[in-house]
Design a protein around this ligand. Structure first.
Ligand code: HEC
Ligand code: HEC
Ligand code: HEC
Ligand code: HEC
Length: 187
């Protein structure tokens, strides 16, 4: 009798033990970066709102090239860095997308020299860039898309006094007017 109870007890307990021994659910793998050109495939026509060309004409697309200038090297030197600006992590971290990210997360079309790209602001896109997901805002967000509405806080992640050329009183809302790239209404 006792043996039977023990066996029954074990039958009940063992699945629980097994469940407990399972490795804790692993952290979701970080999303990969695809690069602005890839986003631009679907975000470039007049009808879509020309996000690609609006970005290409913005300073953000030049942010890496800026680091190649004499002015940038001068700033880096004054700050005490011994490397050229474009090789200085403390400059690159704000002037390019995905700086310091594991290389395995960078897609074949991703190019650091494209500066501050779509994914600096909208999140790494490898898992949301598919049409079936992009069409559904909630699904896109669940797969890494970021929508920022508090511009003051968000833009200040780079536009702040750690930038050697920062001007006190920089206005995020007003500055957004210079780079905004809406989807036309009724689309
Ligand atoms: C295969 C085509 C395709 C690709 C590639 C793509 N998108 Fe989209 N995206 C869409 C469509 C379609 C919508 C929905 C448009 C609408 O609501 O009118 C959308 C919507 C968006 C929105 C608006 C979300 C909202 O509802 O507010 C953002 C932001 C966005 N995409 C960013 C990106 C970024 C960044 C990339 C690259 C990582 C990217 N997209 C790649 C097709 C695409
Ligand atoms: C990942 C860092 C980063 C983020 C986030 C960022 N920026 Fe920038 N931004 C830069 C860099 C770097 C430059 C300088 C580019 C250059 O001149 O080479 C710049 C330049 C600009 C410029 C042109 C210079 C000026 O001040 O008029 C505007 C406008 C601008 N950003 C607006 C914004 C807005 C609005 C946001 C938030 C929605 C934002 N940025 C978020 C890094 C960033
Ligand atoms: C905290 C983020 C951040 C860091 C770190 C940073 N930058 Fe910038 N950089 C910006 C932003 C944002 C802008 C555009 C607005 C501004 O001047 O603050 C910019 C603009 C510039 C400009 C253009 C200024 C102009 O008037 O057109 C140069 C040159 C520059 N940065 C060089 C550097 C160098 C060199 C370093 C490293 C020593 C560096 N930045 C580090 C964010 C940063
Ligand atoms: C400096 C940050 C920044 C960069 C770079 C940037 N965006 Fe945005 N984008 C925003 C912000 C802020 C909004 C408005 C809030 C939102 O919908 O996320 C926005 C809105 C959008 C929207 C939705 C517009 C609407 O009407 O709902 C699309 C689509 C989009 N971005 C695509 C792109 C693509 C594609 C790129 C690159 C070619 C890009 N963005 C680059 C910050 C950025």
């Amino acid at each position: 009798m006792l043996k039977k109870i023990l066996v029954t007890a074990l039958l009940f307990v063992s699945p629980l033990l097994l469940a407990q021994n399972e490795p804790a659910k692993t952290e979701a793998k970080p999303h990969g970066y695809v690069g602005a050109e890839m986003c631009g495939m679907c975000h470039k026509t007049e009808k879509q709102g020309k996000q690609l060309s609006i970005w290409q004409e913005s300073k953000h697309a030049q942010a890496y090239k800026t680091l190649l200038t004499d002015e940038a090297n001068k700033i880096a030197k004054e700050k005490g860095f011994t490397t050229p600006a474009a090789k200085t992590p403390e400059c690159l971290k704000c002037h390019v997308t995905a700086y310091g990210v594991d290389a395995s997360l960078l897609g074949p079309k991703f190019n650091m020299e494209d500066g501050v790209q779509c994914e600096s602001c909208h999140g790494a896109g490898a898992d949301y860039k598919m049409l079936s997901i992009m069409k559904d805002k909630e699904k896109a967000i669940a797969n890494g898309l970021q929508i920022h509405t508090d511009l003051k806080t968000f833009c200040a992640t780079c536009h702040n006094s750690q930038s050697p050329t920062y001007k006190e009183g920089w206005d995020a809302e007003a500055s957004f007017q210079k780079i905004k790239h809406d989807i036309p209404k009724g689309n």
